[in-house]
Ligand binder design. Structure first.
Ligand code: ATP
Ligand code: MG
Length: 306
């Protein structure tokens, strides 16, 4: 494998008694979109802020672009684009002016017009930042992180609180940035987001990486059962699961049944047969794909959000 662009070895961080990061090691490679995925308080922000030099690790080694952190941060920062979890934008300034101001902080920056275009903010360039919508503010925060043409873009929950369309807009900006040959590290607690845009994800829980790989690998590795949901035209209490030996677990609710199996194809065939010979009055059948959400539940026994 190629040399990692971000290398973290055995990182530990305490806040008083709280161990926020617990011997975490992680490599991130050139041109990947890497997602650090975990519930509230898992340690995501702490990890990325240690990388950005905003917090100091108690132990461990970090290198970014082959330079040690925090020793060489001044040099690294020129090539780093950062969007913090909580971004307070100055309010009495227009969108374009703010980008021009930020561009001035760096030795090298992209043309402001290009960044406005990438972030879909060209039409808003003369607007005061306080008049932007939530999604537009988030895009502006992202634009500010892109202004120095960073090799590595670090985004802490870039889409939290946004509606699906606004979220998709942000995903597109991130994917386009990757296409331009850059590396992106983002944190999220949206499983769907990780599945949609990340090449690899690390699931973090209580300061530890508990699973690492592509979303497909993680789902496959857990070898989870597929959920088969079907609705009957009568109450499901008469449903006899013994007729379907491949069902590992199932729940009844009114006329609905959710069954879990590692051999969903066989169950489907049996269900269709039962429908055909009139032994089971099925109204509809659907399969639910196993998701990262199921992987998290299997690994921790908890849901990522309550
Ligand atoms: N400045 C701080 N002082 C004390 N404890 C802190 C501080 N910052 C974070 N923590 C604690 O460290 C742990 C990790 O917090 P962190 O903010 O890194 O989690 P997170 O994964 O980013 O969570 P979220 O999804 O809510 O943003 C939590 O238990 C949190 O309460
Ligand atoms: Mg956080």
């Amino acid at each position: 494998m190629t040399q990692p662009i971000i290398e973290m070895k055995d990182i530990v961080k305490f806040y008083g008694e709280v161990k926020a990061v617990d011997h975490l090691s992680l490599n991130i490679f050139h041109k990947e979109v890497f997602g650090l995925l975990g519930p509230n308080g898992a340690g995501k922000t702490t990890v990325v802020e240690i990388l950005e030099g905003l917090r100091k690790a108690d132990a461990g080694e970090i290198s970014v672009l082959d330079q040690p952190v925090p020793e060489k941060l001044d040099r690294i920062k020129q090539k780093l684009g950062v969007q913090l979890q909580i971004t307070d934008l100055p309010e009495l300034i227009r969108v374009k002016e703010l980008l021009v101001l930020f561009a001035g902080y760096y030795n090298h920056s992209l043309p402001v017009a290009q960044v406005l275009e990438m972030a879909g903010l060209t039409e808003k360039k003369q607007v005061y930042t306080k008049h932007l919508s939530g999604g537009q503010k988030q895009r502006l925060a992202l634009a500010l992180a892109l202004i120095n043409d960073p090799e590595i873009l670090i985004l802490d929950e870039p889409t939290t609180g946004l509606d699906p369309q606004a979220r998709r807009n942000i995903w597109e900006i991130i994917k386009n940035w990757q296409k331009a040959g850059k590396t992106i590290l983002l944190t999220t607690h949206y499983m769907e987001e990780a599945e949609q845009i990340c090449d690899r994800v690390g699931i973090i829980d209580r300061g530890k990486i508990i699973a690492l790989g592509t979303p497909e690998e993680l789902i496959r590795k857990q070898n989870l059962a597929t959920a088969i949901e079907f609705e009957l035209s009568e109450n499901a209490e008469n449903f006899d699961e013994k007729l379907f030996p491949e069902i590992e677990e199932f729940y009844r609710q009114g006329q609905n049944i959710t069954a879990f199996s590692r051999e969903p194809q066989k169950i489907l065939v049996e269900l269709v047969r039962a429908l055909d010979n009139g032994s089971l009055p099925i109204k509809q059948i659907s399969l639910r794909k196993t998701s990262l959400e199921d992987v998290f539940l299997e690994l921790t026994g908890r849901k990522i959000r309550d």
